[in-house]
Structure formats: C-alpha cells, structure tokens
Design a protein around this ligand. Structure first.
Ligand code: CUK
Ligand code: CUA
Length: 674
C-alpha cells in the first residue's frame, strides 16, 4: 500500500518537489487512516488535500512555495509600484509582501513626508524648482516607478543600494539597503520624463537614466514646437556618478549624451564581453507627433509606419573620457556631450531594430543583446563582437539626419527566433536560456542562446512556451540581470488578472505568477495579487546578500546614516526658548515621551529633536500631532528633527502611533498652544 502511494506521488509530482513530497509520504504512510484520492497523499495530509480538492500537481506546487512559519525566503524581489511611486519588497518563493518602501510618494507608516526632516528633505530636494517645466506648486508628491536597479560589483548584485526611475517626471531615487529608506531623489537636469534605466554599470560606476518622451529644448515657439520637432526636442542619456561610500548620485561628476528625438525606450548596460557599452532602444524613429484632430496620424499610427527603429549604442567609457576632457556644454547644471561631439568622438551609433522594439536585455556573458519588437513575432539577437567589428570597419548603412552613423543590420544581427505575438522583455538563466514575455499572446517563451552562454546542440531555438494570466509586461529571473543568474524561479509580471481572483471592484489587481524553472517545462506554481500599484519591473536578489541593520546605532540620523550631533540621550531632555523659537529635546522609549508637556505661544516656531533611545530591534515608536499633519516614525536608535509653526491654538494630544508596549495607549502627551 505504502509503496503504491509513494510511486503514485513521485510519478505525479514533477521535478525537485518529487523528492520532498516523497519524504512526506514516507512519513504519513506509516500512520493509519487516510488514503488515495487525486492528491496521491495518504494520512492527514491526504485527507486535507482531498477535502480541498487538490490534485497531486497542486500539492507539489504548494510544497515548492511553502515557507514554514518563522523560516525565511531564499530571495527578495524589489518591485516597482508604478504610479504608486514606491518600491515593494516580496519574498520568493513564498510571494509574501515584506515591506513597502516610501520613495516618490509620502508614506505614512514610515512617517515619510509628514514632518520628519529625513523624509521632508528627500522629497523637497526631489523637485528642482529651477527646471523650466517645474510645476512651481510645491514638491511633486508622486512618481511613476518603472525600473529598479540594484547596485553591482563585478556585474553581480552586491545588496548595498537600489535605484529606481520616475517615468513621469524624469527623476531617480536611491534607497540604502542598510535601513531600506530613501536617501535621495534627484530631479535629473534636461529630463522631463524617463525610461531608459535605471541600470547600473557593472561596478556601479554610474547609474544610467535616459529620456522617454524627448525634452523640449527650444522654448521660443512652444505652440509651433511639434511642427519643428526635429529641432525643438532632444533625448538625453544620463550617466550619474555614484559615490562609492554612500550610494548617492553626484551631479558634478555626471554627464549626459545628447540624442536625437527618437523616443528612447528601455536600456541595459553591457557587462563582461560588452563592458563599457550601454544600449537604449527607441520606438518612434518616424518622429510622429500626433495631431489627430488636425487630420494628421495619431502618434500610435505615425510611430508604427517604418520597418525599423534604432538601438542607440553608447560607448560610455569613451564618453567618460570626453566629459573629463571638458568637451561638454553645461546645460541646467549638467555637462552635456553634444550630438556632434558624440559622433565626432565615435561614441554614439545607431543599430536598426525591427518595428517598435520595447525591451533590450544583455545576456549573462555580455555577448548577446536580445530585443523584443512589439509588432514583430521574433526576438532579434545581436552579437557584441559583430557590433564592435562594424564600428571598427565603419560598416554603415547610412548616416541619419542628425549625423549619427547607422550600422548595418545584417552585419550585427546574430539570430532571429520566432517566439510569438508581442515580445517585450527578456531574462536569462544559468543554462544559456533566454525567456521573453509575450504581451499579446499572454505567454513566456523559452529559447536557447549561442556560445558562450549556451553550449548545446540547438542554439537559438524556441524550446518551451508557457501561457500566463494575463498580458505579461516584464518578467524576472533570480539574479537575472547579473553575469551569474540563478535561474530557478521566474516571476511573470502580469498586467491583467480578470478572472484569477474574486472580484474586488472594477480596478483589478496586477498578477505576479511564480514560475518554476527547474524542470524541463516551465510550470506556474503560484499566483500573487498585487493590489497596490502596477509593478513594471522587479529584480530578484539572493536574500543573504542584503546586510540590513537590525537597529540604528543610538542617535542615528537616517538622512546621513551617522550619529547626529543633535541626538538626545537619556538625561539630556530639555525645553529652551530663544526669542520666538522653542527647542524641544525629547527622548522616546517604552512607554513615554520626555518631556510630555510642551507649552508654547501661538506663532512660536517649534524645533523638536526626537530620539528613540530604545536598543531593542523592532522597538519602533510613532510621534503624531493631530491637526498639525505631523506623523513621524522612529525606529530603535533613530534620531530626527521636526520643525513647525504653532499657528493654531488649542490642546493637541501628541501620541505614539505604533502599538509598542502594554502601555502604548498611555504613550501620549500634550502640546498646549495659547
Ligand atoms: S516598461 Cu512597463 S511593461 Cu516602463 Cu519597463 Cu515594459
Ligand atoms: Cu510607543 Cu506606542
């Protein structure tokens, strides 16, 4: 009997889980009772599986994703959140949400953007009011996050920092993974929008971000600008220098390369074989501008007329030399290499790509560049050696109207693989496979690369296809953008979920589907609804690479990550007045604020130095002042400063917003404004 059950299970449960499930059967089979059913399990497990209507494959999938209580996931996903403006952190394989990190949008739980200097300063510095298009209505309070980029050392994620772009406003943010808090938002000069990036170069020398819709550069005749599009607009590829000590982006040591207004799209960094290069797609080489009410084609139609668009190939090491040699103009505080200089110095080339490409992804060895063309059922794969040879030989098809050489497609193209309808983005595993998302077909295609990534009998061949649910955008393999991907799991990031979850109103969640890559065939092992934003891209990193702090050294300011000179230690609490300024030095611990009574005059400026003096991990306290819109969160050891004008009379019951202790409700005090 037991043998039969074991055979049933190990035969039915494919791949790695077979062993695990076999082990379970071995144990329960010795118990009495239970039996058979479609799950193939016996004993209690069999009874439960049968009662829930789970088949053997379901059980195997459940075992693959189950992380027992108290155990950790093997990987972290860092997910964009679309126009939610934040980053989500998710565990793999459990697909449990671990955290939402406030980035471009104020985030109340972390007290980000509700009074504390840390968040206020980051968000305020994130809007450049000198930008010609600056709204001038106070700081921007949302962003459209698309592409997270983990910092790298030797083309592998190093777990130190993560960057993410704001597609809407041409900005980029940096999160320090020591405390998972946003440290910098940079409103990138000359970028009104962004898409190409972000990604980092293989040793985090630079983080790259380029325009999506080109930037207006001629403000003389704005109403006529679209009739003068090729002169009035430009794209910009931006290389932001990363400070190796703290991950911050240094504008003074950064530079841009001016680009034609072709609507630059996604981009990727070269690595190993292609180290020193970056590649940016574009999708509107036609330079369509719309005007459908005036009888002109809409952008949608106009941008899809030509058979080819252009990949922009930039030799960034050359560009860096050119910038360091001062062959730049400074525009809005950024050193810019002009189109003419870029061409003259041989650092910018165009490469034809089949119609309306979207994703470009460099293979682990850096040898192959895979491009998905939305209107072409193939992925087109280019070889970096061929690209370099064509550059060397000046093997040009022609020169475009901006003077940029266009390399010959046939000279650089290595292979075209028919994968299906609507290819967008690609990822790789450790066995030389590529995986491409098929938006129109709602599927993932798996294919082989060539040497050195794939050293088997059938290079450049479609080997598997998996239907997903539904309308997949990006996809992500673990450590997928590095020189050493793990493969193992793939996450399909699906835009539509229609019938996958019970109805929760008219706006449906996005759907992450976790795909097991360990078997011959790809297999979906779980669905995860994302009901708080539209993740575009995510990166998956081994969880043990993240060396997060458990708590702050006492008095640490999260802005600087150093002990702040204004931090307050126990015994240093005080209220002092200088003119109309009242300075409050407060310690916070379970379960009191000290001082807990603050009396000020109406119109006084209040400066509060707040320090959580706890030394126990997770002993976070809140500090909220009702009606003043103050909502701060201080983790153990954290210091922050708060400043506001007491311009409303009354008795305001400040309180701790985190249920921190048995006497949490007693953790309150008064601010009396008279
Ligand atoms: S884009 Cu969203 S599915 Cu901004 Cu990376 Cu392709
Ligand atoms: Cu501190 Cu509740």
């Amino acid at each position: 009997m037991a043998v039969t059950r074991r055979e049933l299970i190990t035969g039915a449960a494919a791949g790695a889980a077979g062993l695990v499930v076999g082990g379970v059967v071995g144990k329960v089979a010795s118990d009495d009772g239970g039996g058979g059913g479609t799950s193939g399990l016996s004993g209690d497990a069999g009874d439960i599986a049968n009662a829930r209507g789970l088949a053997a494959d379901d059980v195997a999938r459940a075992v693959k994703t189950f992380v027992p209580p108290g155990k950790y996931d093997e990987y972290f996903l860092f997910c964009s959140d679309g126009h939610g403006g934040q980053i989500l952190v998710v565990g793999v394989p459990s697909m449990r949400i671990l955290k939402m990190i406030g980035v471009f949008t104020p985030e109340p739980w972390q007290g980000y953007g509700y009074g504390a200097d840390w968040g206020e300063e980051v968000l305020a510095a994130g809007t450049d009011f000198k930008k010609p298009t600056s709204p001038g209505r106070g700081p921007l309070t949302w962003g459209d996050t698309h592409h997270p980029a983990l910092s790298e050392t030797n083309a592998e994620y190093d777990g130190r920092y993560i960057y993410i772009n704001d597609r809407a406003n041409g900005r980029i943010a940096m999160v320090d993974l020591r405390d998972f808090k946003t440290k910098q938002i940079l409103d990138v000069p000359n970028l009104d929008s962004s898409h190409g990036g972000c990604f980092v170069t293989p040793n985090s020398e630079y983080v790259h971000i380029s325009t999506m819709t080109p930037t207006l550069v001629d403000f003389n005749n704005i109403h006529g600008a679209l009739d003068n599009y090729d002169k009035a607009f430009r794209g910009f590829s931006t290389f932001l220098k990363i400070d190796p000590n703290n991950g911050k982006m240094l504008v003074d040591e950064s530079f841009q390369v001016e680009l034609p207004p072709y609507t630059q799209d996604l981009a990727d960094s070269g690595k190993l074989a292609s180290d020193g290069w970056v590649f940016i797609n574009s999708y509107n080489a036609e330079m369509a501008v719309g005007g459908n009410l005036e009888g002109k084609p809409s952008i949608e139609a106009g941008a899809s007329q030509g058979d080819y668009d252009y990949m922009h190939c930039i030799n960034w090491r050359k560009a860096e030399e050119v910038a360091k040699a001062g062959k730049t103009r400074t525009i809005n505080g950024m050193k810019v290499i002009s189109l003419e200089t870029a061409v003259a110095e041989g650092l910018l080339y165009l490469l034809p790509e089949p119609r309306s490409p979207h994703g470009i992804d460099v293979s682990p060895s850096g040898t192959y560049l895979t491009v998905g063309g939305k209107l072409d059922p193939h992925v087109t794969i280019y070889h970096i050696d061929k690209l370099k040879a064509a550059v060397e030989a000046k093997d040009y098809e022609k020169i475009d109207q901006f003077g940029v050489p266009i390399l010959k497609f046939d000279s650089v193209m290595e292979a075209r693989i028919e994968v299906g309808a609507g290819p967008l983005h690609s990822q790789y595993d450790d066995k030389g496979h590529g995986f491409t998302s098929l938006f129109v077909e709602s599927a993932v295609a798996k294919f082989t690369l060539g040497k050195p990534d794939y050293d088997g009998p059938q290079p450049f061949t479609l080997v598997d296809k998996l239907p997903i649910h539904y309308n997949i955008g990006h996809l992500c393999t673990m450590e997928g953008d590095t020189a050493k991907p793990d493969g193992k799991y793939l996450v399909a990031l699906n835009k539509w979920s229609i019938d996958r979850f019970p109805p929760v109103g008219t706006l449906k969640p996005q759907n992450f589907q976790l795909v097991d890559l360990t078997g011959e065939k790809m297999d979906i092992i779980t669905d995860m609804p994302i009901g708080m934003g539209e993740p575009h891209y995510v990166q998956g990193i081994k969880a043990d690479k993240i060396k997060s702090w458990e708590l702050y050294p006492p008095g640490t300011n999260p802005t600087t990550m150093e002990v702040d000179p204004n931090a307050v230690a126990a015994g240093q609490e005080a209220i002092t007045r200088t003119g109309n300024t009242v300075t409050v030095s407060m310690t916070i611990t379970r379960s009191r604020f000290k001082p807990d009574t603050i009396k000020v005059n109406k119109g006084d400026k209040i400066v509060m130095h707040l320090t959580n003096i706890e030394s126990t991990p997770d002993a976070t306290h809140g500090f909220a002042i009702p009606r003043y819109n103050v909502n701060i969160s201080l983790d153990a050891g954290e210091y922050t400063r708060l400043e506001f004008v007491a311009d409303v009379e009354g008795a305001f019951a400040m309180y701790c917003t985190e249920f921190c202790s048995a006497l949490h409700l007693e953790m309150q005090g008064w601010i009396l404004v008279s």
